[in-house]
Design a protein around this ligand. Structure first.
Ligand SMILES: [Mg+2]
Length: 182
């Protein structure tokens, strides 16, 4: 199967890393974390100064590497399909390269990294690349993919949503669903 994987908060712990840098950034300015996240210009400034560090430092979710390696041994292929883009902040103009280097460092091999994909665009990309199943933490993406008849797994390790079909709270559950569907 061709498996699509989202990066932020599915493959890696982006929110936690954002919080870490937000705390550091707030301590160097006169603004609180809440101010920074609620005020558009401050948010932009924060991400402009910290996002590359965040992308370089994020850590893999537990078992993600092992599960991907095992599934690759069974001839499944992986496509990283992400909303990360080169237009989000001025300081990042090479998001594919940053992401590729990070994936190499984690020893994760994907066929391709496809950026700037969110919602309907993500669903279109899944169709274009004939993705059999997409793993994503964002219910908005899942809804868009269902509308395009793309099979998906909702990754929800914070257990924010109620249990449903193709629902996983960790990568071992992702593996089980993929095995069941292949
Ligand atoms: Mg995500």
């Amino acid at each position: 199967m061709r498996i699509g994987i989202d990066l932020d908060d599915t493959l890696c712990n982006t929110s936690e890393t954002v919080q870490k840098y937000l705390k550091i950034y707030a301590s160097t300015t006169n603004f609180s974390k809440l101010d920074i996240m609620n005020e558009k210009d401050l948010t932009k400034e924060f991400f402009n100064s910290c996002l590359e560090k965040i992308y370089n430092e994020v850590e893999l979710k537990p078992y993600a590497k092992e599960v991907i390696q095992r599934l690759r041994e069974k001839r499944h292929t992986f496509y990283a399909i992400t909303a990360r883009s080169n237009t989000f902040v001025p300081s990042i103009k090479n998001v594919e390269e940053i992401t590729q280097k990070w994936l190499e460092k984690q020893n994760i091999k994907v066929e391709k990294i496809i950026t700037a994909s969110y919602g309907e665009k993500k669903a279109e990309v899944c169709q274009e690349y004939q993705i059999d199943i997409m793993v994503d933490d964002d219910p908005y993406n899942i809804k868009a993919m269902h509308a395009f008849k793309v099979n998906c797994i909702l990754y929800d390790d914070k257990e924010r949503f109620t249990s449903r079909e193709n629902y996983a709270t960790n990568w071992l559950e992702v593996e089980k669903i993929i095995e069941r569907n292949s």
